[in-house]
Every structure is written in C-alpha cells, then in structure tokens.
Design a protein around this ligand. Structure first.
Ligand code: SF4
Length: 398
C-alpha cells in the first residue's frame, strides 16, 4: 500500500492518512478525527507500514527475571494490588542471598535481564522498611538496589534494569553504574487524576510534574529510559493523546526514551477501581496504531499477558516489542495475568510474517558510549550479537 492507494470513503481521513505516509506532523484535531473515524483498516495499514519502515520485520522481547525487591510503598493508587502493608503475609523485603539465588536461576534459564522493582520509597512510610534497609547498612531502597545490581551483574552477567518509582538525580547517577536502563511509567500527563475520587488522589508520586522531572533527569544523565502510559484509569481521549505527544516531545529533546509501553488498565478485585471497565479492545488497538503514527521511530511495547486473547492483533497496529517475559518468575505487578509461553509468542509473531528476537534490557540503538557506564560494556558485549540483540548461541545453549 502506498500514499496513492488510500481508498477511504472519507476524504478528510484519506488526507490525514496521506500526511502520515509523508511523515508530516498531524494537528491534535486530525489525530482525534483519525481515532474517531471508522476507517480502522486503513489506520492499521498505515501504522503497520510505518513499523516495517522503521523497525523492519523484527519484534523483540526481553528474557527476564522479575526481582520483587519490596512491595511496600508509600503511595496508594486506586487500582494497585502490588503494594502490601508490612503485616500482610504477601509483603516482601528481599535479602541479597535470595536475590542472587534468583539471579542464578535466571542465568540457568538464559535470561539476560534482571528487572528490579520496588514500591515508591517505602522507607519514607514504614519503620519495617527502614529497619530492613538499616540491617543491610543502607539508608534507601535506591542505595540497596544500586549495590545489589553490581552483585547481580558480577555474579551472573545478567543486566539490571530497575524501576523504583520517582528517584532523585543523584540516585539515578548511582544506579547507572550497574543498570543498563531504568524504568518509570509516566502513566498520564493529566493532573486531573490527582483530584478527589480519581486514581492518583493518594499517590503524590504520580503527580505528572514530578514524573516528568524524573524522566527529564534521566535524559540529562543519558540513561536509556523505559516509560509509557496506563490507559483507562480515568483519563479522556484527549488526555491520552497529550500523554503520547508529551513522551514524543521529551524524546525529541533528550533522545533517551528507549521504549514506550502502552498498558491497558485491568480492574482488580479488592481495589477501589474494581468496577471500572477496562478500555474497550478496539479503542485500545486504535490508540496503539495512533501511537505508532505519532512516534514512528520509537520502540512501542504492549504487554501480551494483559491481552491474552488477542495480543497478536497489536502487531497489525504497529508494535515492535512484547516487553519482558519471564520463564522463571511471575509478573508481580499483575500476578493474575500469566505471561504467554515464549513458544506461543514466537508462533503468533511468525503468523503475522514477523520475526521474534530476544533483546537485552537496553535497545540496540542505545548501545553506545554516552548511554552506557564503562563498567557494563563487557557484560553487554558478552551477550549481544552484531545487531545488538541477544546472541542466538546464548539462547541455544539452553
Ligand atoms: S502503583 Fe506503584 S506507586 Fe501506586 S500504589 Fe502501587 S506500588 Fe505504589
């Protein structure tokens, strides 16, 4: 399909699609019109066309272990089942020996990513968290994660990628020594979600201004960053588009956003938002396609476990990554949604005439001096092939 062949009935939509082919910037009204039009087939064609231009036929995933270092958190988001109170039997505060044991297991299963996740600064709310850190001679979660990241890398060669919520510039600098990338979801750029009765009313760390500052700090420090949005937690369509555009703008300024996750909200029992419906499948698909059109050169991920019945349809909408998949651990943030088997993901990816490849927790285009601490260069070299993806022979050894 090319720009001469857009047989939409709606001539305005045809014109907007033509602008997409020609890589021209769309106005917000044009984006909204495209999203609301009934010309899905053409929207997906354009998104897929752009994906193949910029990402060829490759779809990636990261083979990981999920280290749930602590699920204590100082904030309260109305949809979250991850955070636990210290007295809860499912509260976690992991010790170095447990973490290193898990990392060894990850190595045995040919993982390359050690994803380290914590709640938001638990030591600021809970004495238990402070005591746990003090017993290990650390003052903050970030300090502990920085130290354990080094141990994981040196012992197993797995590459850490940490997602600890809002961290300071100094903490980021410290983490960069042994983290090939960091993660922080923007979730949404609208301040409305902090209002009374909204999803982030009791989550000051989800203030968009604070999150944007953290995202920008990663840019200043040249840290490859994974960010993204959570769709369906009370924002409207315009606000979703604003969030996508904002991520694109920050990336144009700093060039450090290695990946944009588009995560669909899933209501969970025992949360305030258990009655809120998830975003409608077709709307989510269109938003994914719009994201590819607005961020044509960027890496776009959807988590397949959150759309178990139709995840392969997101290939049609232009994604090029399935995110972290673990053959060892569960998704501790969404334990209700198991990851599909990697063999199934491969089969479904191939059914769309695409090639599944394992990537590192740092995307190939970021494997260059300014983004990597010299301490990590050899560890990355040991795992990557000439394309910057995981060596096939490393995986074949399994
Ligand atoms: S989503 Fe993150 S910040 Fe919000 S309550 Fe859960 S762990 Fe805390």
């Amino acid at each position: 399909m090319n720009s001469e062949l857009i047989p939409c009935k709606n001539s305005i939509v045809s014109e907007i699609l033509r602008k997409c082919f020609e890589k021209k910037t769309l106005s917000k009204d044009e984006i909204l019109l495209l999203l609301e039009s009934k010309e899905d087939r053409f929207l997906f064609h354009v998104a897929f066309f752009l994906k193949e231009i910029y990402k060829k036929k490759t779809i990636t995933y990261s083979r990981k272990i999920f280290i749930n270092i602590t699920n204590l958190c100082k904030d309260f988001c109305s949809y979250c089942t991850y955070r636990k109170e210290p007295y809860n039997r499912q509260a976690v505060m992991m010790y170095p020996n447990e973490i290193l044991e898990l990392a060894e297991k990850g190595k045995k299963y040919k993982c390359t990513e050690a994803l380290i996740v914590s709640g938001e600064r638990p030591e600021e709310r809970y004495k238990e968290a402070k005591d746990w850190l003090r017993s290990l001679n650390f003052k903050s979660t970030a300090e502990y994660v920085s130290n354990i990241s080094e141990k994981i890398t040196k012992k197993t060669g797995l590459l850490p990628h940490s997602n600890l919520g809002n961290i300071s510039k100094e903490e980021m600098k410290m983490l960069k020594d042994y983290n090939v990338s960091l993660g922080l979801m923007l979730e949404s750029s609208t301040y409305r979600l902090r209002e009374k009765g909204m999803a982030h009313e009791y989550a000051p760390s989800k203030d968009p201004g604070i999150r944007l500052e953290t995202i920008e700090n990663a840019g200043i420090l040249k840290i490859p960053l994974t960010t993204g949005i959570l769709i369906g937690i009370g924002e409207n369509i315009e606000e979703i588009i604003d969030s996508i555009l904002l991520i694109g703008n920050i990336n144009s300024k700093f060039g450090h956003i290695q990946e944009v996750i588009l995560q669909n909200f899933r209501p969970k029992t025992n949360t305030k938002m258990h009655n809120m419906p998830p975003p409608e499948d077709n709307l989510f698909l269109r938003l994914v396609a719009i994201s590819r059109i607005l961020l044509p050169t960027m890496n776009i991920q959807i988590p397949p476990n959150l759309s178990p019945l139709n995840y392969s349809s997101f290939i049609d909408a232009g994604i090029n990554d399935w995110g972290g998949i673990s053959p060892v651990t569960v998704d501790h943030v969404n334990p209700e949604f198991g990851w599909p088997d990697i063999k199934d993901i491969k089969k479904n990816t191939q059914s769309k005439n695409q090639i599944l490849r394992a990537r590192l927790p740092i995307y190939p285009e970021f494997i260059k001096k300014e983004f990597i601490n010299p301490t990590l260069e050899n560890y990355i070299d040991n795992l990557m092939d000439k394309d910057g993806l995981v060596k096939e022979e490393y995986l074949n050894e399994f």
